[in-house]
Design a protein around this ligand. Structure first.
Ligand code: AOS
Ligand code: ZN
Ligand code: ZN
Ligand code: ZN
Length: 406
């Protein structure tokens, strides 16, 4: 049955001038990292509901992340968060990941959970606290080198709650100084991804509030620094695909934290609420990839670190990750179906409705047969959610009990 559906789909796309083999290869090349912290117990400031079967340590988090890869074939790395994932032997963690068929992805320093960081970490007016934070960043670079990760992923809670509380300009300079120290410690083939967020936990100002500030910082630091776009970190109605296109053109788009939100930084399953937005983001990426020959050409998909950053506080973690990966693939696949020649022509003719239609047409295709075919060819499960459900893994991990790692 699936063969028949795929044959029909193939015929339909051929007639539109779409090279499906190329599309398939692009989808196969799309890797989305899972966050180790997304497998632990998490919640809101009101309640953390403990689930049964939560990993008890970083090793078990890696095992769960490997399940996501096993069924989707597209999530070959898991990002770690230090000290949440602190272990005595990082080499052992790396080989544990490899034994389970995945790699360690981005290393995320944590400079927001100690009491010392109440008034900031790398922007704190107290030099000894800035030093403590920078030392932790440097420790994370060492860890990255040990686990052979090429990316340090940075998010800072630093900010203030009240006007007058601190000096914005001083803090900006402390931020630069601290990040420069981190930058200098990176090997040539490593990079740092700078994430921005406009509010929370600070509610008046955040030191890296938007993409412009992160971009400026990354530019000042140099080629090893890029911007990380978390889809939940913008004011409502921000045009994220425009930001993405801008950063692509500047060759400063380092990666993504994918999630969806309705109100704030809700960290829900990606595309649960914003499928069209993710599609339009992907469309900008695909278009930039295809413009590869131009001087303003974007990075290829392989150089963008696609990551999930989600907090599943009521749903089981592993299938929520699988669903998220499937949603990203679905929307990327649709983006690959935009007929770019037609789009260019419509744009040149300034035909507003035609251009809009060319983009919309791709979004409206059902890409299920295509994704099933791709997964089959990759040796993954054609229907990952069903396959995971049938695998018995969810039942097997119940023996871990409650009270797993946070
Ligand atoms: C926080 O809002 C950021 O999205 C971080 O990327 C991430 O969620 C955090 O580092 C994990 O707590
Ligand atoms: Zn994030
Ligand atoms: Zn988020
Ligand atoms: Zn966030």
């Amino acid at each position: 049955m699936s063969d028949k559906q795929y044959a029909l789909f193939e015929e339909q796309q051929k007639a539109r001038g779409i090279d499906l083999e190329k599309v398939k290869n692009k989808i196969k090349g799309l890797e989305v990292e899972t966050p180790s912290w997304g497998f632990g117990d998490s919640g809101t400031r009101f309640k953390v509901f403990e689930q049964e079967g939560i990993p008890r340590d970083p090793f078990e988090k890696i095992e769960d992340a490997a399940q996501v890869h096993k069924f989707t074939g597209s999530s070959g790395a898991a990002a770690i968060h230090i000290p949440w994932d602190k272990v005595d032997d990082y080499k052992a963690l790396k080989s544990h990941a490899e034994d389970h068929g995945i790699a360690i992805g981005a290393v995320n320093p944590n400079v927001f959970q100690d009491d010392d960081y109440k008034f900031g970490s790398i922007t704190n007016s107290d030099p000894s606290i800035r030093k403590k934070a920078v030392d932790h960043l440097l420790e994370c670079v060492d860890i990255a080198k040990e686990v052979d990760s090429k990316a340090i992923s940075l998010w800072f809670a630093d900010g203030t709650n009240y006007p007058g509380q601190a000096d914005f300009r001083k803090r900006k300079n402390w931020m630069h100084e601290s990040l420069q120290t981190l930058y200098n410690a990176l090997d040539e083939d490593m990079r740092m991804l700078i994430e921005y967020k406009f509010f929370e936990p600070a509610f008046y100002h955040t030191d890296l509030a938007d993409w412009g500030m992160a971009f400026n910082m990354a530019n000042k630091l140099g080629p090893k620094a890029d911007v990380l776009v978390d889809t939940g970190h913008h004011p409502q109605a921000a045009n994220i695909e425009h930001i993405v296109a801008y950063l692509l053109d500047e060759k400063k788009l380092g990666g993504f934290h994918f999630n969806s939100r309705k109100y704030a930084d809700d960290d829900l399953i990606v595309a649960a609420h914003n499928p069209h937005e993710i599609f339009l983001i992907m469309q900008q990426i695909v278009a930039a990839e295809e413009d590869g020959g131009d001087p303003g050409a974007a990075r290829t998909a392989g150089n963008i670190a696609y990551m999930l950053d989600q907090c599943h506080n009521i749903e089981p973690k592993i299938p929520a990750m699988i669903r998220s990966i499937m949603n990203v693939q679905n929307l990327y696949a649709k983006a690959c179906l935009v007929n770019l020649d037609e789009l260019r022509e419509a744009q040149e003719k300034q035909d507003v409705l035609w251009a809009e239609e060319v983009v919309r047409e791709a979004y409206e295709f059902d890409v299920t047969p295509l994704l099933k075919a791709v997964r089959e060819e990759m040796g993954a499960a054609p229907e990952p959610m069903k396959a995971y459900r049938a695998s018995g893994y969810a039942e097997k991990i119940l023996k871990r009990g409650k009270g797993g790692a946070g």
